[in-house]
Write a protein that binds this ligand. Structure first.
Ligand code: NAP
Ligand code: ZN
Ligand code: ZN
Length: 351
């Protein structure tokens, strides 16, 4: 079996460090990928530190993977050696439940297999993710990546891109809509770009005054400092849709009151502790909805990658070496990310 190297957390309270393990040889249906870049999602930090519970250690995070195909099984028809491909948050699902059949593998009734910390049906134990030099994945969970775009900037589309694209599509965001995006981090900056490309008027809400210029450069039509009550008041009852990407518990009422009649706020951020419950009155007063959304299905992820290629959208990244990952996590906790860390896997060396 091929040897792999990567970075793993050995326990919730330990820094990530060098780790050696094995990948499976490709089965008939598998694609083996040499990883070029892997994005750093806030979910990696939540899970490496066991903030959601259920992390099995050692944990090799990483689910924003791009690279080149190095081997394929004899039943693989979609990919060949040398192709540029991506892998996102899922590497398998039951493929037979109603949701899987409808292309909603992320809502698989039997639980999808996460790219890391998922049940590894081939090797036993849990799956290991993209903070590593290679990965073997079933062809149906591999995505085609356009050679036209900067590959490192594409990596974050595999989670941050699809997690924002899917709800924007599902709630029908289009020209003429006023759309709020809360938080300008990895997910938030993709939401701004994608909502803008869908034709919406985009209002970005941030706690960081130093991000105002960037938000405008990224496509926001308006930027609101969310700690400033006067600025917030000016947007009451006006937004059709809000995508809330914040990774920490906060007051949801401050945003719900900005929705117009029948408006929806969709949560994609998953803080370690729950948000305080919003006031029912703010929901009933304008028939508002509070919703949630999880990544996106495989077909929709391909649709998003094609949409981004067509609109020239990639992530704004800060490239890091593999051994800078722990520092990157600390900066992420301070909202100091512009706007996604991406690991250059060429910096990961055998010890
Ligand atoms: P990130 O890059 O760290 O961005 C989060 C942003 O939230 C920060 O940049 C900051 O933006 C804002 N923020 C942070 N702490 C805040 C606080 N205390 N109060 C208000 N705003 C705060 O994280 P990410 O990678 O985008 O992920 C965001 C969340 O989505 C995480 O919880 C992650 O686990 C989750 N996630 C969910 C899915 C899904 O399928 N639903 C998929 C991927 C990730 P400002 O500086 O602009 O305020
Ligand atoms: Zn993610
Ligand atoms: Zn299923």
């Amino acid at each position: 079996m091929p040897k792999a190297i990567g970075f793993a957390a050995q326990a919730a309270d330990q820094a990530l460090e060098y780790f050696e393990f094995e990948r499976r040889d490709p089965t008939a249906d598998d694609v083996e990928i040499e990883i070029a870049y892997c994005g750093v999602c806030h979910s990696d930090l939540h899970q490496a530190r066991n903030e959601w519970g259920g992390t099995v250690f050692p944990c090799v995070p990483g689910h924003e993977i791009v690279g080149k195909v190095t081997r394929v099984g004899n039943k693989v028809s979609k990919y060949k050696v040398g192709d540029t491909v991506g892998v996102g948050c899922m590497v398998d699902s039951c493929r037979t439940c109603a949701n899987c059949e409808d292309g909603y593998e992320q809502y698989c009734d039997n639980g999808f297999v996460g790219t890391y910390n998922g049940e590894d049906k081939h090797m036993g134990g849990v799956t290991f993710g993209g903070y590593s030099n290679r990965i073997t994945v079933a062809q149906d969970f591999v995505l085609k990546v356009s050679d036209k775009l900067d590959l490192a900037g594409v990596a974050p589309l595999l989670c941050a891109g699809i997690t924002t694209y899917s709800p924007l599509r599902h709630w029908g965001v289009t020209k003429g809509h006023k759309v709020g995006v809360v938080g300008l981090g990895g997910l938030g900056h993709m939401a701004v770009k994608i909502a803008k490309a869908m034709g919406a008027e985009v209002v970005l809400f941030t706690t960081s005054p130093n991000k105002v210029d960037d938000a405008k450069r990224l496509g926001a039509d308006h930027v609101v400092i969310s700690k400033d009550e006067e600025q917030m008041k000016a947007w009451r009852n006006s937004l059709d849709f809000i995508l809330n990407t914040v990774a920490a518990p906060h007051d949801l009422d401050a945003y719900l009151t900005l929705l117009r009649l029948d408006g929806t706020m969709t949560l994609v951020g998953v803080p370690a502790e729950s948000h305080p419950s919003p006031a029912v009155f703010n929901l009933i007063a304008k028939r508002r909805s509070l919703a949630g959304s999880l990544i996106g299905g495989i077909a929709e992820t391909q649709e998003m990658l094609d949409f981004c290629a067509e609109h020239g959208i990639t992530s704004d990244i800060e490239m890091i070496a593999m051994d800078e990952i722990n520092e990157a996590y600390e900066r992420m906790l301070k909202s100091d990310v512009k706007y996604r860390f991406v690991i250059d896997m060429a910096t990961l060396k055998q010890k």
